[in-house]
Design a protein around this ligand. Structure first.
Ligand code: BES
Ligand code: ZN
Length: 402
């Protein structure tokens, strides 16, 4: 994108022919180098939740890499506060089984051990006439509000409630207000397993819900272009969810980002700033902070943002965000031998490009779909493909223009 270009969108020059080798710096990108960063972040450091020591270690790693390429990176610290929760559910007898459970939102913290009693869908008449003092209720999802099921159980003396899904898979239910006793949800399959055990005899379970507040410091890692100007930003979040090591989400994006940084340091990086965002997983906090801290002049100088998030797993390149940018990159990708599709992130999903669009800066998200290990302990490095990291970096360089 030439700097005199008045259009707010990134401009990509047409490549000479669709079969030509990627122009200029793009061909210098190494998928293996990018993958090395994924291993360093997701395997050596591991899970990197916002404000954790691991997140800070990842920021240091990224800053060290950028320094080694010749940048003068700096940290942009900010305070974060968010709630966390740990839910455990175990069958203690007739055999020991650990089950996946998700606390209903607004469940209080607490621990309960007791005999399991099936109580239909949790209507008052579904509970045993003699009450269930000290016992744990097992009810099916559906028909009544979760809050009514749980208060009906508490009214007859239950110490906790397990709600099983009325369709396949797990779910995450919401209580209208904090309940008197802990309440968790399990999949339909696990619900049926528990009913199967109850058909054979008494079942004892232990359930605990622990909620807490994390308060601490997160940070963005920023490397400005050699002349300090940020006409374009390439970004990727480096934090992860607590549940897993975040190899694809989003060490993959950071691996590609660092490769872009290395290649742009060799030449062509004028006006391009590189930003690794902290605290994305708790609400895009790092990117919100980055845009909020821009002066009016800096904000006006910023013509586009390229976000790399989840670029190492999946079947298809997708492009989301500002229409002009999506169209331009889509139209040029054939020159790299790639065929991305314009897309929208599924309902409820978002990432850091949204913070820029919200601030009036055109932005594009480059990502792949679909990752079955998203936000799980299985989001590990062996599923990330170096070849895809290379393609992600090349697509991002294409978005930046010649
Ligand atoms: N990486 C995801 C968003 C995403 C999902 C990108 C699928 C590409 C494909 C991101 O890290 C995420 O989980 N975002 C949260 C953010 C929210 C807490 C503000 C989300 O969308 O739920
Ligand atoms: Zn992500």
């Amino acid at each position: 994108m030439p700097s005199a270009e008045p259009s707010p969108s990134l401009t990509v020059q047409p490549s000479p022919s669709p079969t030509a080798a990627p122009a200029g710096s793009a061909s210098l990108v190494s998928g293996d180098r990018a993958y090395g960063h994924v291993v360093a972040l997701a395997q050596d450091i591991g899970s990197r939740p916002a404000a954790s020591d691991a997140e800070a270690a990842a920021a240091d790693y990224i800053a060290d890499q950028l320094t080694s390429y010749g940048y003068q990176p700096y940290l942009q610290p900010f305070e974060v506060e968010y709630s966390v929760e740990q839910t455990d559910l175990e069958v203690l007898s007739p055999e020991t089984i650990t089950l996946e459970a998700l606390a209903l939102r607004s469940s209080p913290s607490g621990e309960a051990t007791g005999q399991l009693v099936a109580a239909g869908i949790g209507r008052p008449e579904d509970f045993p006439a003699e009450g269930m003092t000290g016992q744990v209720a097992l009810v099916e999802r559906g028909e009544l509000d979760f809050s009514d099921k749980v208060s009906n159980a508490a009214a007859v003396g239950a110490t906790a409630v397990i709600v099983y899904n009325n369709e396949a898979g797990p779910f995450r239910g919401d209580l209208k207000e904090e309940s008197a006793i802990p309440a968790v949800g399990v999949s339909q399959e696990d619900g049926q397993r528990l009913l199967g055990l109850l058909a054979l005899g008494p079942v004892t379970v232990r359930l605990s819900v622990e909620t807490g507040l994390v308060q601490g410091t997160s940070q963005n890692v920023i490397a400005r272009s050699p002349d300090g100007r940020c006409e374009q930003v390439v970004g990727a979040h480096y934090d992860s969810v607590e549940a897993g090591p975040g190899a694809n989400d989003n060490a993959s994006g950071v691996g590609a980002l660092l490769e872009i940084a290395r290649v742009l340091a060799i030449g062509g990086g004028e006006g391009v700033c590189l930003v690794a965002f902290g605290a994305e997983e708790i609400g895009l906090v790092g990117s919100q902070r980055f845009v909020a801290d821009l002066s009016q002049d800096e904000r006006q100088a910023l013509r586009g943002m390229v976000n790399l998030d989840m670029v190492g797993v999946g079947d298809q390149w997708q492009l989301a965000g500002s229409d002009d940018l999506v169209e331009e990159v889509d139209g040029q990708a054939a020159g790299l031998g790639l065929d991305p599709v314009p897309a929208e992130l599924s309902a409820g999903l978002t990432s850091d490009h949204a913070s820029f669009i919200g601030a009036g800066v055109p932005a594009i998200l480059i990502y792949r779909f679909d990752d079955p290990r998203y936000h799980s302990a299985e989001d590990q490095v062996q599923f990330v493909e170096p070849r895809l990291l290379e393609q992600a970096a090349e697509l991002a360089l294409l978005a930046l223009g010649p």
